[in-house]
Design a binder for this molecule. Sequence first.
Ligand SMILES: N=CN[C@@H](CCC(=O)O)C(=O)O
Ligand SMILES: [Zn+2]
Length: 409
Amino acid sequence: MTSGNKSSTVITNIGELMTQDLERRVLKDAAIVIEGERISWIGTAKDAPSADERIDAEGRAVLPGWVDSHSHLVFAGDRTAEFEARMAGESYSAGGIAVTTGATRSVSDDELTRLVRDRVAEAVSQGTTYLESKTGYGLDVENEARSARIAAAEVDEVTYLGAHLVPNGSDPEEYTDLVCGPMLEAVLPHVRWADVFCERGAFTKDQSRRVLTAARNAGLGLRVHGNQLGEGPGVALAVEFAAASVDHVNYLSEKDIAALAETWESWDPASGTGNRGTVATCLPACDLSTRQPLAPGRELIDAGVQIALAANCNPGTSYTSSMAFCVTTAVLQMHLSVHEAVRAATYGGALALGREAGNDVDGERAVGSLAVGHRADLHMLKAPSATHLAYRPGIPLTHSVWRAGVRAV
Ligand SMILES: N=CN[C@@H](CCC(=O)O)C(=O)O
Ligand SMILES: [Zn+2]
């Protein structure tokens, strides 16, 4: 089964194939065929076609690779002392971002590239196959543009986060002008998204609105860091601007949840058609590391909101790229089912990045679910079912990983 010069691989004897496709199929005794960078066949093992290469999964589970839709990988230095202080009772504040900004500005392009590349490799080794990263530790035109350029070469999706913190000594309004003007222009060739940290200690509602307006006018997709440290205007702004995602969502009023749910009212989850709303992206590793209440993932799902889970790898609030840890936490402590948690960490992440199945604009490149034509991003576990991700917390369960059809682990 080879078409053109693309070689094919059949993975057979899969104990559980959790597709996270639109029908949410979970197949037993399954097989899947990869041709080039795409999936060309899925079904029961006994019906599987032959292929150039045959891999016996020996009863293991296969899921889509994790889609990590929120990370901040372009940084140097670490913030161990801040973490220790927090564990001793200090609370998190946005000010720590300045420490990382200083460290990031001080390293060479080569060093910064190496750091990002190593972090991507760490994520892939744990089953992540599609990865977003933000800028946000440059905070001047030159360093934001450099961060965006380096990220664009190393990750799948890049988000401009010049509006992460007003640098020490800058006037907040003048800095917001810079973010909306010359800095935005400088990063534009490298980014698809823009984000704003709308929070006390970071950017106000009016400043955030200015950033989102400028980014929208420049043709970027929008994302918002909102409601992380207290109730605030982040969710309402994200809804107002039809942002693809609002991330953190720890402190939500009933009104916030209702507003998010309303954005999904005309979207049909069974076909993936209709108007896509604003995804609520929950970041459980960050919540634990900052000792914030876990985002109300259960309530959001029950209200009809599409959610994503992401690792939020960064040196301040969540120094991990482990999506499995997030899934485990979502099941054990946020009361999601295993299927819901895996869905949020795969299909949900894709939805938050506009790369999901059923998205007609770019359906061919769908990630985060396993179906014919989708990118062959697979994660095989050292376990017979995805349930083991929650049942065996902390155990590294990644057996092998294919990224765009290429064996990565
Ligand atoms: N909350 C804002 N930004 C990052 C943390 C940044 C930092 O403290 O370095 C986050 O998503 O948690
Ligand atoms: Zn973040």
